[in-house]
Design a protein around this ligand. Structure first.
Ligand code: ATP
Ligand code: MG
Length: 452
């Protein structure tokens, strides 16, 4: 993309309405624009990051054996009456009537609808195990929408639902989700710690929330500092293996890590004092096992192998796709702007031309552009006729992890400058070597061909 042809409405001033850094930077970098309280338009740069996050979520869900689909945003109130949540959900649910006077709602979540779908088609244990998921917009009429996309009213969520014959099988699905979520967040350059949570209005006994530590987080959390040393890394986990998923689960969940709702001071005090931590965190996901409650209410039963009619064991699992943009920025920025992890960056590499209009500099930038594109990378070329200082400030603000700077002086010596946004370190290289270096860095972040 050439910046002169792009739509990147960056702001010079710091917007007064934004209280936290991620919200300020998303507005300043021209990523989002508020349409009304808690509802945002995704401008081109923000939309690109949102799509990258969504793609990683899809890839990791599919890797774990889960099946993508898409349910509508608007639901009929009828199913919710069956489950009893039409009354219990409260004012967060946006309800309205269609022209025939029928109760409709904008889905805050999809347990009812997916259970109804499965109840309609699945009749035998042979169709199990089954995990279906979608990535769809949700609406919750939050009392205090704030912090930009962190607590929106309209937000994008991945929500998935597992259907299993037994509690044991459903707990394997729970563990499998825990592992796949860890991998999902790590690919986005994030450490999200699974913490024992309170089951809330969805109900059930087994639930973990995934929290990214950040001062601006809305949740208060307590944990054993050892848990922050754990990573999944490149471990090759077989998602069908009960033992392998259980082992990862045990490794991560045996350490004390809880939200304030489940915090237990007596338990906490058993940890050596120097490892006790209390902090704030951003909830970026949650997993539940909740048994047969929805299946019984909505008629999701199958014939078991012994011929009995049994209700399905279910769980649900959510990732805050749009909230993740805010969480990543909270975890990765400096006073100049955003620092995107390679996995989610909107463009792979910036190209800054220090002397637009200089035939040699222009030609060198064009050939870098072609060479990077040839490696399947997407550069953002600042080809505007602007001062170098302004170009650097824009690149730093929007946070591309790598920048190649091209100027007549360097070109005389056959070099361009490759700069890391994270460390600020620069290196002089031939244009070919700079391209090869950038291509090598991104080789580890190639999309998985997952079939989405
Ligand atoms: P919270 O406690 O933050 O209100 P929740 O526990 O009600 O969230 P879930 O039903 O667990 O939310 O939804 C799954 C994920 O969706 C959450 O982990 C969070 O990342 C995201 N999410 C929930 N509410 C919002 C919101 N208002 N804006 C943006 N993302 C949200
Ligand atoms: Mg939650």
């Amino acid at each position: 993309m050439r910046l002169s042809r792009y739509f990147l409405p960056v702001l010079k001033e710091t917007p007064a309405e934004a209280q936290i850094v991620s919200h300020r930077l998303m507005l300043r970098a021209g990523m989002i624009r508020q349409a009304s309280a808690g509802i945002y338009s995704w401008l081109p740069l923000g939309y690109k990051v949102l799509r990258n996050i969504e793609r990683i979520v899809h890839e990791e869900q599919i890797r774990a054996g889960h099946i993508p689909m898409l349910m509508p945003t608007v639901q009929s109130g009828e199913l919710w009456q069956k489950s009893g949540r039409h009354n219990s959900y409260g004012p967060e649910m946006l309800r309205f009537h269609d022209r025939h006077g029928r109760e409709m709602l904008y889905g805050p979540t999809n347990e009812e609808m997916i259970t109804d779908i499965v109840a309609s088609y699945v009749t035998s244990y042979k169709a199990l195990p089954l995990t279906l998921y979608h990535i769809q917009w949700k609406f919750r009429d939050e009392v205090r929408p704030r912090f930009g996309v962190m607590r929106g009213r309209e937000f994008l969520m991945k929500d998935g639902y597992n259907f299993d014959l037994s509690k044991e099988a459903a707990l394997h699905a729970y563990n499998r989700h825990l592992v796949s979520y860890l991998r999902t967040y790590e690919r986005m350059g994030l450490q999200a710690i699974p913490m024992r949570a309170d089951s809330g209005p969805i109900g059930g006994d087994y639930t973990h929330e995934f929290l990214v530590l950040a001062e601006t987080g809305e949740s208060e959390v307590f944990y054993d500092s050892e848990i922050t040393d754990l990573t999944l890394g490149n471990r090759d986990i077989d998602y069908d293996s009960v033992d392998q998923c259980q082992a990862v689960m045990d490794e991560f969940t045996s350490r004390y890590a809880r939200t304030d709702e489940t915090h237990d001071t007596a338990e906490f005090d058993k940890i050596p004092a120097e490892r006790q931590r209390s902090a704030r965190g951003i909830e970026v996901g949650q997993i539940f096992y909740f048994g047969t409650e929805y299946s019984e209410k909505l008629g999701a039963y199958v014939q078991s192998d012994s011929g009995e009619r049994v209700p399905l064991h279910m769980g649900s699992h959510g990732i805050g796709v749009s909230r993740l943009l805010g969480a990543i920025i909270e975890a990765s920025h400096d006073d100049k702007g955003i620092i995107w992890p390679e996995g989610v960056t909107p463009f792979h590499c910036g190209i800054v031309n220090l002397k637009q209009g200089d035939a040699e500099a222009d030609a060198a930038c064009e050939s870098l552009y072609d060479a990077l594109s040839g490696h399947g990378l997407e550069p953002l070329y600042d080809d505007r006729d602007e001062r170098a200082g302004g170009k650097f400030a824009t690149m730093d603000l929007i946070g591309l992890p790598w920048r190649i700077t091209v100027g007549p002086r360097g070109l005389k010596n056959g070099v361009v400058e490759l700069t890391s946004r994270r460390t600020g370190e620069s290196e002089e290289l031939s244009p070919e070597a700079a391209v090869a270096r950038v291509a090598e860095i991104y080789a580890a972040h190639k999309p998985v061909n997952s079939g989405v």
